[in-house]
Design a protein around this ligand. Structure first.
Ligand SMILES: [Zn+2]
Length: 157
């Protein structure tokens, strides 16, 4: 950090303390050249996720785009706005753990993972748009699996 008094670049941190839920850290610094003290604030920056699209181009991850896709998939379904935001939050957290750059198909997979739990009809609508099911057979295979699981659930009861 450049000293505001003498412009030297050498300093030592004499004290650090967190403020505001620890998202901001206040540091007292002492200039090694002139021994004067000054304060800096360090703020946590939200991690920006870059999406790599199928054609190789990149764009910033935007919650609004995921929301738009979800709203289309959930049209006339009984999924609350809260559930919807929860899905987006979970997906965003997962992505931040994975890294700075993620593929758009991975985002689709993550959304579908969550959607499958919340609403199966919405899941299939979303999947048909984003996953580009290779063939109708794959699509029907997935439906069969879900129907089979449902029957097993019923069988247990
Ligand atoms: Zn100085």
């Amino acid at each position: 950090m450049k000293c505001p008094y003498c412009s030297s670049n050498s300093d030592t941190v004499v004290d650090s303390r967190p403020l505001d839920d620890a998202t901001v850290i206040r540091r007292r610094r002492e200039c090694i050249a002139c021994n004067k003290r000054y304060t800096t604030y360090e703020r946590l920056e939200a991690v920006l996720i870059t999406v790599i699209k199928k054609d190789g181009t990149k764009e910033n991850f935007e919650r609004s785009k995921v929301r738009k896709g979800l709203l289309t998939a959930m049209r006339k379904r009984s999924v609350s706005t809260q559930d919807l935001e929860k899905i987006i939050n979970t997906v965003e957290c997962d992505l931040q753990e994975i890294g700075m750059e993620v593929s758009s198909s991975l985002i689709g997979d993550k959304v579908m993972e969550q959607l499958k739990i919340v609403d199966e009809v919405a899941y299939f609508r979303f999947a048909s748009v984003y996953k580009d099911f290779d063939s109708l057979d794959v699509f029907l295979g997935e439906i069969k699996d879900i129907v089979k699981n449902k029957k097993m659930e019923v069988g247990v009861k």
